[in-house]
Design a binder for this molecule. Sequence first.
Ligand SMILES: [Ca+2]
Length: 255
Amino acid sequence: MKHLKKLVTFAILVTCSFQLQALIQQDLNQNQPPPVNPNGTPTSTFIIDDGTAETAIGDGGQFIWLNRFTPAASEFPFQLEEVSTVFAGTLVSVGDTIRILVYEDTDGDGDPGTGAVLLADITETIQFNDQLTFNVYDLPTPVRLDGPGDVLIGIVNSYGSEGFNDFPAALDTTASNGRSWAATYLAGDVPANPALPGDEQWGTIDSFGLPGNWIVRGAGTHIALPIPALNYIGLIVFMFMIIGLFIFRNKDTVN
Ligand SMILES: [Ca+2]
């Protein structure tokens, strides 16, 4: 009986612990204009938000918030050159360190929890936390995406460890596209080379009862494939084919 009581107490504590770590929201100021891109006209190619955040989401520590984009097959191969996002909320400061994660998921099932491959993990810092200005990150090395399939762009609040009650992830709640996901890890902080799904909490932000779209965007350019050049042997074969065709046509004309 004594052991049973201990077990129940432990279970309650674990349950409370998970509740404390659950993704929660904080309302943002609604009387502000939409955020602007300090570089001028936004160049973003991948957008699923309407540009204005109504709430900010936190998890009491580090987590990944990522958007799933599905470019047309004809847009691949693609070079991701820029990621932009908006930060606003409690305990989010200019200069804080963040991570930008880029995955590719080509299995075509719409679930970033299956088949996603991490292509880039880039450390940056928060440039603006005013809800009025986009943080625009030019990637130090463009990330090549061969597709076709999903491109996943995620952010990690790597400045805050477990128990840090910040609200870093700006969420547009106007009309959810069901393409914004969140991941947390049993290790507490988001580990190096974070696999998807997260092993603690995982799902669309809608599945946590907080429907919306992360204001996380991507931009880049289509990579034009070079016209394959013929090597010497190919060139000789090609010449013989042309000569053969010429002789064949002349023969037909003579007959
Ligand atoms: Ca998948």
